[in-house]
Design a protein around this ligand. Structure first.
Ligand SMILES: Cc1cc2nc3c(=O)[nH]c(=O)nc-3n(C[C@H](O)[C@H](O)[C@H](O)COP(=O)(O)OP(=O)(O)OC[C@H]3O[C@@H](n4cnc5c(N)ncnc54)[C@H](O)[C@@H]3O)c2cc1C
Ligand SMILES: *[C@@H]1O[C@H](CO)[C@@H](O)[C@H](O)[C@H]1NC(C)=O
Ligand SMILES: *[C@@H]1O[C@H](CO)[C@@H](O)[C@H](O)[C@H]1NC(C)=O
Ligand SMILES: *[C@@H]1O[C@H](CO)[C@@H](O)[C@H](O)[C@H]1NC(C)=O
Ligand SMILES: *[C@@H]1O[C@H](CO)[C@@H](O)[C@H](O)[C@H]1NC(C)=O
Ligand SMILES: *[C@@H]1O[C@H](CO)[C@@H](O)[C@H](O)[C@H]1NC(C)=O
Length: 505
């Protein structure tokens, strides 16, 4: 054990040293690639934390991206280990005018969402610690942590967090983009439970933004993603108890309409702060189509009355059970293999049978087209239906609000948020199938529009690179983001030099 630790430090130092030798070279000034990486590697604070292509650490980080599309080969990677390291990094990026990307858990799928090819990737993978204060009930999480590790750590205190429904997802991207959880009816989005953000601004200053101090930044960061600074610590109010009831229940395809009706009625009947939530998922791969529900109760209570209709439907199989989130959520995670060609798209429609049916019928049509176009490829499509409810949005507002702009969206009641995910085995097959998936998504929006069911809102954490989520967040929220950006990042570093993720401007 000791030997391998020493060896890895030795490699770090030698890579850093080889980059540092470039620092004074005449070529550096004229070559931004070398100037940025050399300046980072030459910084005393960052010694052994800047990695060149083909180093062990660089290659290991490339293997942590969920989607092969996102795993871009940066000029070099910085792997900060502390807030001080992030301060040193941002000062150099700003001074040298280096284009950069921000990566936390690396679970955004599109090319350019987190890693960068023409620039420096700041990868929070080594800043993944969690600590808890039983006095205040506040958990402090570094952005590179994965939710599974947070749930496991909190078990000893009998508390949990409003976090992801999959254990492998990163805290940084999830929380700064919103964060839809099994607790969202009860408490809002993950960002709504954040009582304090520690943020390193473009000039290297550390700000602790909360409801009492720098409250404008606190609110804007709830949905602000990478637009405002590097988030280096997330202080979140915890939730009592760790128990979750839930699982996958599969139905025969012939039951589609009664499953859809049960979903719609469940959503309409959502009570304030309900612990119960539902997802309906449609799936296709070479074995055919399937349909299932994901019922959950975030207090660990089985078979609550809200699920009466679902529980009365004939099912093929079911995995529902109760246990701590740290054990139930890995079940939903499944294998989630890394390094496949994953692509996510999202949109919204009314909570109506016609809206669901349009998507299901288009799914059958387009999955068939994809299979016919690439008959030997191993790909899958996953459609998820999940609601945005009034109680979610009320809970956001009660906690100070965020910038998602959902108040307008739920003004007439709960709505359908749909997710289309396409996963393909090889780049060659993706080249054939992805354009068909894009036609599928366009067809959903066209048909929902024609039927009067289209709703103009896009969830950042599920969006494809061209979906412009911020254009739907509303003028007041965009004004807040703009004001906060001018105030805390007057040179616009996170608008201009940051080249990954979504921009509000
Ligand atoms: C298997 C799977 C399950 C998922 N389940 C859910 C779910 O239950 N609910 C849900 O809402 N979403 C879910 N998502 C979507 C998920 O929220 C997004 O993919 C999210 O971006 C993942 O966070 P990450 O840290 O892994 O992101 P990354 O891909 O590393 O980063 C995404 C973006 O966040 C910004 N960012 C990251 N870290 C920081 C930081 N420290 N400071 C400033 N900006 C930062 C970056 O600019 C980047 O553009 C899921 C995704 C997958 C692949
Ligand atoms: C990394 O290694 C690969 C394979 O050995 C090689 O083709 C590539 O040129 C190397 N890249 C750099 C930047 O050294
Ligand atoms: C944090 O990251 C390191 C390096 O990847 C890893 O070895 C460790 O297990 C991670 N810790 C947690 C709590 O996930
Ligand atoms: C959570 O548990 C703590 C300690 O048992 C208690 O003081 C607090 O009131 C509980 N909070 C809620 C919201 O139930
Ligand atoms: C699934 O069907 C079985 C057999 O009819 C039944 O006992 C069970 O309660 C059902 N489970 C769910 C979650 O619907
Ligand atoms: C298809 O890909 C999935 C996911 O990687 C894998 O589990 C499965 O074994 C593959 N099937 C075939 C037939 O190649």
């Amino acid at each position: 054990m000791k030997i391998s630790v020493t060896a890895s430090i030795a490699v770090k130092i030698s890579v850093a040293a080889s980059l540092a030798t470039l620092a004074g070279a005449a070529v550096a000034a004229s070559n931004p690639h070398r100037a940025c990486c050399a300046a980072l590697a030459a910084d005393t604070q960052l010694h052994g934390k800047v990695f060149a292509p083909n180093s062990t650490q660089y290659d290991a980080q490339l293997d942590t991206y969920y989607s092969a599309n996102a795993a871009q080969h940066a000029w070099c990677m910085v792997l900060p280990e502390s807030t001080t390291d992030v301060q040193a990094t941002v000062k150099i990026l700003t001074k040298e005018q280096c284009p950069f990307g921000i990566k936390a858990g690396g679970h955004s799928a599109w090319k350019g969402s987190n890693g960068i090819a023409q620039g420096v990737t700041v990868d929070f993978g080594y800043m993944n610690a969690t600590s808890y204060d039983p006095e205040t009930g506040i958990v402090s999480i570094q952005p590179g942590a994965r939710w599974g590790s947070v749930y496991e750590f909190l078990n000893q205190y009998d508390v949990t967090v409003v976090g992801a429904r999959t254990s492998v997802v990163g805290v940084g991207g999830f929380t700064t983009g919103g964060g839809y959880s099994f607790h969202s009816n009860s408490h809002g989005f993950a960002c709504d439970m954040v009582v304090n953000w520690e943020i390193v601004l473009a000039d290297g200053t550390i700000v602790n933004a909360n409801s009492k101090k720098d409250a404008d930044l606190w609110k804007a960061q709830k949905g602000g993603s990478g637009n405002l600074g590097f988030v280096t610590r997330i202080d979140q109010q915890t939730v009592n108890g760790t128990q979750l009831w839930g699982g996958f229940t599969s139905y025969d395809l012939s039951e589609r309409d009664i499953v859809f009706d049960a979903y719609l009625a469940f959503v309409e009947a959502t009570v304030e702060n309900s612990p119960d939530q539902i997802i309906v998922a449609l799936y296709y791969d070479f074995t055919g189509f399937s349909i299932r529900s994901i019922m959950t109760n975030n207090q660990g209570i089985a078979n609550t009355p809200a699920f009466d209709v679902f529980l009365s439907l004939p099912n093929i199989s079911s995995t529902v059970t109760s246990g701590p989130e740290s054990e139930i959520i890995p079940q939903f995670t499944g294998p989630t293999p890394l390094g496949l060609y994953a692509n996510w798209f999202t949109g919204m429609a009314t909570n109506t049978l016609e809206a669901l049916t349009i998507i299901d019928e288009l799914h059958h049509e387009y999955a068939g087209k994809m299979q016919a176009a690439a008959p030997t490829s191993n790909f899958s499509t996953l459609i998820e239906f999940q609601p945005v409810t009034n109680t979610m949005v009320d809970n956001s507002d009660k906690r100070g609000g965020n910038v998602l702009g959902l108040e307008r969206v739920v003004a007439d009641g709960p709505v359908l948020m749909w997710l289309v995910s396409l996963t393909v085995d090889t780049e060659e097959n993706q080249e054939i199938i992805l354009p068909i998936a894009q036609e599928f998504v366009a067809a959903i929006n066209q048909q929902e529009q024609a039927a009067g069911h289209f709703i103009d809102w896009v969830y950042l954490n599920y969006a494809w690179g061209d979906e412009k989520p911020y254009s739907y967040y509303g003028q007041a929220n965009l004004d807040l983001l703009e004001t906060v950006s001018h105030k805390y990042d007057p040179k616009g570093v996170f608008q201009k030099l940051r080249q990954t993720g979504f921009k509000f401007s």
